[in-house]
Design a protein around this ligand. Structure first.
Ligand code: NAP
Ligand code: F7E
Length: 339
């Protein structure tokens, strides 16, 4: 039986990965941060099945301790300050976790369990601003946020440890992936959770930022499978994981409201654009400049051909199905969500 250590286990991806590894018979260990009120986030339903170890990516002794306890065959580094917006307001904090945190962990592995296979959660935010076509493993990086820049350090230090110390260390460059467990500050979940509040008459309007931004969105359950597949290879390598489609925030919003029975149409431009429900004539989407970013990534679309050919990875949940699942979940669980 293999041992796996997951950092960021309480997050969206950590929870789906823990479920996947448990289903494959792994002993799963999870690094979690102490909170003033004990809460295991997305893995409350799994706490009796995994071994939780207290620690923080910025505290190397806690990482050494976690490695000594878990003796992992595989380490999945999913922990991060993962919200791009916050990386502009807390750039140093983001860098300490998303850049230096990776180095703390790699160095702890090198000294404690150097034969462990290591997965680093890299991101399409590395591609950032330069590319408006399909991005693959050879596309140059141009990160546009402190988050993207910190993740670029995490990406290259992973490759550097592989090349310098012959460790099995690789990075998956994952495009946006969402789910019913996504944090509510991310645009997809903000849309579906606010939609549930509007439908229940508790909120009048959804306020968004740049709705022309386009993203390549998939479902997290499909994407964590790719992480596991990368660590089952004989050789550590980077892979792009993406759906190969891009959709605007406006399209996501329109589709989400359509699933909930609205007929949403957009009028106007820029900051004055509004979304009107043709059935009731009410304005239900407005633009608020507060949600614009100081520097934006306008469009992202990924080419996962290498992962499809070499890992036999497939992207199963379509864009429509993703939106439908998130809307149905948030409508069904609205009363629990607000408590
Ligand atoms: P998430 O839901 O925000 O989860 C982040 C996790 O990291 C949480 O468990 C959080 O713990 C933990 N964490 C934060 N700071 C930490 C620290 N200093 N020490 C230890 N743990 C810490 O993110 P996600 O969507 O699951 O993403 C997983 C990883 O993939 C992240 O590295 C993210 O940057 C990357 N990524 C995500 C996407 C995407 O579209 N989802 C795409 C590409 C890459 P708390 O519960 O205590 O906050
Ligand atoms: O924004 C625009 C916003 O915050 C998507 C993280 O998982 O994926 C994620 O980063 C787009 C941006 O995700 C609002 O300006 C408009 O263009 O959902 P998001 P993200 O920034 O793409 C990557 C791959 C990661 O690695 C990250 O960890 O939507 N947008 N209006 C808005 N965004 C938010 N959050 N809120 C709005 O009101």
């Amino acid at each position: 039986m293999k041992n796996a250590l997951i950092t960021g286990i309480t997050g969206q991806d950590g929870s789906f990965l823990a479920e996947l590894l448990l289903s494959k018979g792994y002993n799963v260990y999870g690094l979690y941060r102490r909170k003033s009120k004990q809460d295991y986030g997305n893995i409350n339903h799994l706490v009796n099945k995994v071994t939780m170890i207290e620690g923080d990516l910025t505290d190397q002794p806690s990482l050494i301790n976690a490695l000594k306890i878990s003796q992992p065959d595989e380490v999945y580094n999913l922990a991060a300050q993962s919200f791009v917006g916050t990386s502009f307001t807390q750039p140093v904090y983001t860098t300490e976790i998303d850049a230096l945190g990776v180095l703390h962990l790699l160095e702890a592995i090198r000294n404690t369990k150097p034969d462990a296979k290591f997965y680093q959660a890299s991101t399409s935010e590395l591609f950032g601003g330069l590319n408006d076509g399909l991005c693959n493993e050879n596309t140059p990086f141009y990160p546009r946020s402190p988050y993207g820049i910190a993740k670029q350090f995490g990406h290259w230090i992973t490759i550097n440890y592989r090349e310098s110390y012959n460790m099995f260390a690789c990075a998956g460059i994952l495009f946006n992936h969402e789910s019913e467990r996504r944090g509510k500050e991310f645009v997809t979940r903000k849309i579906t959770s606010t939609l549930a509040a509007i439908k229940n008459g508790d909120v009048d309007c959804l306020e968004l930022g740049n709705i022309s931004a386009k993203r390549d969105w998939g479902h997290a359950e499909d994407y964590v499978k790719a992480m596991w597949m990368m660590l089952q290879q004989d050789k550590a390598e980077e892979f792009v994981i993406a759906s190969g489609e891009t959709h605007s925030v406006r399209e996501f919003t329109q589709k989400a409201f359509e699933y909930a029975g609205y007929d949403l149409h957009f009028e106007g431009e820029g900051i004055n654009e509004i979304g009107i429900d043709a059935k009731s004539g009410k304005v239900i989407v407005r633009i608020n400049s507060e949600f614009y970013r100081p520097a934006e990534v306008d469009i992202l679309i990924g080419d996962a051909s290498k992962a499809k050919e070499r890992l036999l990875w497939s992207h199963d949940v379509s864009f429509d199905e993703l939106v439908r699942r998130m809307v149905s979940h948030d409508l069904a669980s609205y009363k629990q969500l607000i408590t």
